[in-house]
Design a protein around this ligand. Structure first.
Ligand SMILES: N[C@@H](CCC(=O)N[C@@H](CS)C(=O)NCC(=O)O)C(=O)O
Length: 211
């Protein structure tokens, strides 16, 4: 049985969501950020980065959300949450997973964790710069969806759309929420109607941005 180390609403949300979509049995282990449990010796032994998500698949601990998403979709191809290995859309799917986790997510990480840059709070110019970078990613994604959508890889939703929706949720209290971009909003609105989304929010105790 899968075991997911998570913190509500954080980067582990995509893994929790996919496990529900894949209808796989799993156990949840809440990592208490308030008491810095992610920096405890016990947790650092499974992920030296001191971050969630971490997925235990019965044999090994897997870290990094993009890697876990790719791994889970490959382990459970029947759920069709990714184009098949030999499908023409496969490369695009991987491209968007990497775009989201390499271009967008690091700016969000800095937005939420000034301590990564050795600061307790950002000067206004730094916040504006990060906001600019995040919004330029929304713009790039919107333009792509306009031309090649409605989903990131075209006609069918994949785990990349689910991942994008998780990041969109993180923008809910920013000056411009990702929902301001209509094609992005369409994707999030579709996926937020799924029963897995309701179940996910309920289990993680999340009450904002349900729909
Ligand atoms: N690159 C990692 C980033 C994971 C990450 O930043 N996780 C955050 C939650 S969103 C975390 O564990 N924060 C706790 C900390 O850094 O102390 C991934 O995509 O899995």
């Amino acid at each position: 049985m899968y075991q997911l180390y998570y913190s509500p609403g954080s980067a582990s949300l995509i893994v929790h969501w996919l496990l529900l979509e894949l209808k796989q049995p799993f156990a949840l282990h809440k990592v208490d950020f308030a008491s810095s449990q992610q920096k405890s010796a016990e947790f650092l032994a499974i992920n030296p980065a001191g971050q969630v998500p971490v997925l235990f698949d019965g044999v090994r601990y897997i870290c990094e959300s993009a890697a876990i998403v790719l791994y889970l979709t490959e382990q459970h191809p029947a759920a069709e949450l990714a184009p098949a290995i030999d499908a023409t859309k496969r490369a695009e799917f991987i491209q968007w997973l990497m775009y989201l986790t390499n271009q967008l997510a690091p700016s969000f990480r800095l937005w939420f964790y000034p301590a990564d840059l050795g600061m307790t709070e950002y000067p206004a110019t730094t916040k504006l710069a990060l906001q600019h970078k995040i919004e330029s990613c929304w713009q790039r994604l919107e333009q792509h969806l306009e031309q090649h959508g409605p989903w990131l890889t075209g006609a069918q939703p994949t785990a990349a759309d689910f991942l994008m929706t998780m990041y969109m949720r993180w923008s809910r209290n920013m000056p411009n929420s990702a929902l301001a971009w209509p094609k992005l909003k369409w994707v999030a609105d579709q996926l937020r109607q799924r029963s897995s989304w309701q179940q996910l929010n309920q289990t993680e105790g999340l009450t904002e941005w349900l729909y």
